[in-house]
Ligand binder design. Structure first.
Ligand code: R1P
Ligand code: URA
Length: 290
């Protein structure tokens, strides 16, 4: 059955609705960033840029780095944007835009998607200026209320434990990322478990003029532990997208990894004096390992 025009929206020029990209535009390896201004910071290292397109917060540069074709896309903030990003990227490679049918299984393409983002550490032993690769992502956002994500026993145990320790009325979701990309790109980085929050202030325990429902939210995040045969699980850092990537990546069959430049530490109260350098170092590591 063809996918109706209202579900897969194709612009008049044949590009997908929000990303504004044609199927031919993207490469199979994609670097994603939150901040649109981070896109040229990455593509400035390319040998050549063949395509530059933008719509809303989605800025895309496609080009070659040391002979390898790469795409860099900005997403803006939050997992609602990651829902758009992953569904539209997948449509570009796995749905025929002429027939509007999903490609048969044997023709499906697996994208390699690397998030290069900033993040706050939750634990004192993860210093500002370090780089962290996400092993498990836990989503406090509502995105997985709408998809039939299949989680392992351990993932459900961790998510249920977090629900109880935060006194939440819903169960968060937990997804372990794919090992291959984490090992390739995360060499020498702190390996951590990332909490994805549906906001930067209250949901990350920041108080400016508004009090929190739970004044000890940060220490609840910091002190959460889950023991299993695989060892002790603790939350290491938080940000606003990773769990959406890991969950949609698993369901759509794409390899995804989240690399985090630690710019704040909520245990010590520090913010990086040179966050740009930490992000730039992470960009160079990513380009050289991808
Ligand atoms: C908040 O400042 C933003 O920074 C982090 C969070 O996930 C959120 O998007 O990531 P980026 O630096 O990739 O935007
Ligand atoms: N991004 C976040 O979402 N939180 C932080 O503390 C730092 C960067």
């Amino acid at each position: 059955m063809p996918i109706p025009e209202s579900e897969l929206i194709i612009n008049r020029d044949g590009s997908v609705y929000h990303l504004n990209l044609l199927p031919d535009h993207i490469s199979e390896t994609i670097i994603t960033v939150g901040d649109p201004e981070r896109v040229p910071l990455i593509s400035q290292h390319f040998d050549s840029i063949e395509t530059q397109i933008h719509k809303r917060e989605f800025v895309t540069h496609v080009g070659y780095y040391k002979g390898k074709r790469l795409t860099v896309i900005s997403t803006g903030m939050g997992t609602d944007n990651i829902d758009i990003l992953l569904n539209e990227l997948d449509a570009l490679v796995n749905i025929d835009f002429i027939t509007r049918e999903a490609r048969p299984l044997e023709e499906r393409i697996t994208l390699r998607i690397v998030r290069v983002g900033t993040s706050g550490a939750l634990q004192a032993d993860i210093p500002v200026g370090s780089h962290l690769v996400t092993e498990h992502a836990v989503g406090l956002d509502s995105l997985m209320q709408f998809y039939p994500l299949v989680e392992t026993g351990l993932e459900i145990e961790v998510a249920t434990g977090i629900q109880h320790s935060l006194d939440l009325s819903y169960r968060p979701y937990c997804v372990r990322g794919t090992d291959l990309l984490r090992e390739q790109l995360g060499q020498g980085m702190v390996v951590g478990n990332t909490l994805t929050c549906p906001g930067f202030y209250g949901p990350q325990g920041r108080v400016l003029r508004l009090d929190l429902r739970q004044s000890d939210l940060i220490s609840r995040f910091q002190n959460f532990r889950h023991q299993s045969a695989e060892g002790e699980f603790r939350l290491t850092n938080f940000e606003m997208e990773t769990a959406g990537y890991y969950a949609l990546g698993r369901m759509l069959g794409h390899e995804v990894v989240s690399l985090n430049a630690i710019v704040a530490n909520r245990a010590t109260g520090e913010f990086a004096t040179n966050a740009e350098a930490t992000v730039n170092d992470l960009i160079m590591k990513t380009l050289d390992r991808i």
